[in-house]
Design a protein around this ligand. Structure first.
Ligand code: ADP
Ligand code: TRP
Length: 323
């Protein structure tokens, strides 16, 4: 039987190349070799978005982004999280066997609190909902960036605890994080993230993409000076778009001197615009037909609901909630 691969993306803003290489590209590749589950995690976004129109717009935008980037609904399960509310019941059941201490150790939660966000209960329970997403579909593999590793490990811990307490019910999932795309750097050298304002967006205006690339922060080495490629944001991003031999030529030119940061950025920009051109065109087509996208999502939810319900019924039985 094909392995089940599952991952979700929050509808919370503009997709960037960190999302693409960290998760989406692999998901698209998995469509041909696995049983793929890909969803828009709007219940997760509700922890931060409190305006209905914004939520609706971002949800449809995220769906169009994923379809434009190559998700094919005929080859996988593709849906919006809140259309399959069974996951919320499972979240409650799992939260009754989840130690508070486990949630308190979540880096992502702690970081947000340190940054001054006043947390709601939803944000605190976020990893329990993510666990339910993963377990309700009996997922084997969860492709994510490194920032999500701990959440997937929590899902493993909770699945093991449930199976030990109530009998074998859940598949134990594995995070999948290839080291070369675990943390894509942003324009300031930190992890690329919407929250850090350091992203290179995929579907924005070309001018916006150009501004982001040309704004990559570098040291002040002149054109002729040799530069260190490893760890340099321009080189690290360039490598993602080209085969190894081409990356090596770039590295040599960079290290021997004679290639300025401005020229290197222009080469990178060209690669980015070329890579995403067909996807940007597809995105425009989809925008013209939102009803079609809504229908795809409706059909996707119907398909996945059967699987979610079948797991949930096992859980209801195992816990005695079905009497
Ligand atoms: P952001 O940090 O911009 O809010 P999300 O949390 O929405 O991004 O991430 C969606 C997916 O993309 C997750 O699987 C996450 O691990 C991955 N991802 C996000 N940023 C990066 C990055 N800089 N490098 C690698 N993967 C990333
Ligand atoms: N928390 C993930 C993120 O912010 C999104 C997500 C929600 C997810 N549920 C999931 C990812 C289940 C993988 C599996 O990126």
């Amino acid at each position: 039987m094909k392995k089940r691969v599952l991952s979700g993306i929050q509808p919370s803003g503009k997709l960037h190349i960190g999302n693409y290489f960290g998760m989406i590209k692999r998901m698209v590749e998995y469509q041909n070799s696995s049983d793929l589950f890909c969803f828009i995690a709007n219940l997760h976004s509700l922890t931060t978005i409190s305006d209905a129109d914004t939520m609706k717009k971002l949800t449809l935008d995220a769906a169009m982004d994923m379809l434009a980037l190559g998700i094919e609904p005929d080859k996988c399960h593709f849906w919006v999280q809140s259309d399959v509310p069974e996951v919320a019941e499972l979240t409650w059941i799992l939260s009754c066997i989840t130690p508070i201490g486990l949630m308190e150790r979540a880096h992502s939660y702690k970081d947000k609190v340190t940054k001054g966000i006043s947390p709601n209960l939803g944000l605190f329970c976020y990893p329990a909902l993510m666990t339910a997403d993963i377990l309700i579909n009996q997922s084997n593999i969860v492709p994510v960036g490194k920032d999500q590793k701990q959440h997937v490990e929590m899902a493993r811990d909770i699945a093991i605890k449930f199976n030990n307490s109530f009998g074998e019910t859940f598949v134990i999932p594995e995070p999948e994080i290839p080291p070369e795309v675990a943390t894509i750097p942003g324009t300031d050298g930190q992890k690329m993230s919407k929250s850090y304002n350091n992203t290179i967006p995929i579907f924005d205006d070309e001018k916006v993409i150009k501004k982001a690339v040309m704004g990559i922060i570098t040291d002040s080495k002149g054109v002729d000076e040799p530069k260190i490629a490893k760890g340099n944001v321009i080189y690290e991003l360039y490598k993602l778009f080209v085969p190894n031999d081409e990356a090596l030529i770039f590295k040599k030119n960079f290290e021997k001197g004679g290639m300025g940061y401005g020229d290197a950025k222009k080469l990178l920009l060209e690669k980015i615009l070329n890579e995403f051109k067909p996807y940007r065109e597809k995105r425009v087509e989809l925008e013209a037909n939102p009803k079609k996208v809504e229908k795809i999502l409706e059909e996707g939810a119907e398909k996945v609901k059967k699987i979610s319900l079948s797991t949930l019924n096992k859980v209801r039985q195992a816990t005695g909630l079905k009497y």
